[in-house]
Write a protein that binds this ligand. Sequence first.
Ligand SMILES: C[S@@+](CC[C@H](N)C(=O)[O-])C[C@H]1O[C@@H](n2cnc3c(N)ncnc32)[C@H](O)[C@@H]1O
Length: 250
Amino acid sequence: MFRSFVVCMLLACAASGGRVRGSALDSVADGPTRQREASVKPGINEPWRSRNVAPLIRRLESESREIWVQRDHIVQVVAPEPGMIIADIGAGSGFLTLMLAERVGPRGKIYAIDINPTLLDEIRKRAQTKGLNNVETVLAAEDSIPLAPNSIDVVFMCDAYHHFEYPKSTMRSLRAALRETGEIVMVDLERIPGKTDAHMLEHLRAGKDIFRREIIEAGFELVQEHDVPELIENYVLRFRKSRANAGLCQ
Ligand SMILES: C[S@@+](CC[C@H](N)C(=O)[O-])C[C@H]1O[C@@H](n2cnc3c(N)ncnc32)[C@H](O)[C@@H]1O
């Protein structure tokens, strides 16, 4: 156990060019007795904890939102196949969850995961109305996603990663849940100073380059950045578990 930890630390150190401290994902005190990392964006989820979910749903399913308008293209890039098991992290109102559930069919499964139990109730109702029995809702902790180890083919995070207050521990739990052949598909908002409006510059703690680096530091490697011409405001990155430290850093 301790030997694994030491090997893990050495590999992490080597992968980061000898730099373990000072990473974007450092915790307050990392080590064998891990303490909770500091929140990277305190308060970002306050509106998302509301039990009055109607305004949240209106915001997510608005014609002014690129993710809603281009939802077919987003589902296409995830490439769900019949029988797949997909975890939709930060599922929100669940419109993407339900589209994915139709695509994976009765042999597949979609876990709709969120920190807001009222949004999860809404997703459950919507799935029932549509007769989709392959949707299961899961209440996430703020700093981890409770899924069985090695159980997930695709972790889908749409407009969600930048909402993680504790990305290091959340990504650690997702790495453990992902099968060895599994992949992450991440959709998130571009943050380009001089182009992105002031409100979004403040809302997004970082842009694509920093988030990609954080996810790589969490034990993944970039498979590709998808070019989706219909997406102007969002980018799509695909990752898999990095081969270098597979099995050691869970
Ligand atoms: C902007 S919404 C995106 C919803 C949906 N993915 C979509 O694109 O329509 C972000 C969602 O992430 C959820 N969330 C925030 N932090 C989370 C965490 N640590 N784990 C799971 N869900 C989280 C929020 O409650 C919210 O529903």
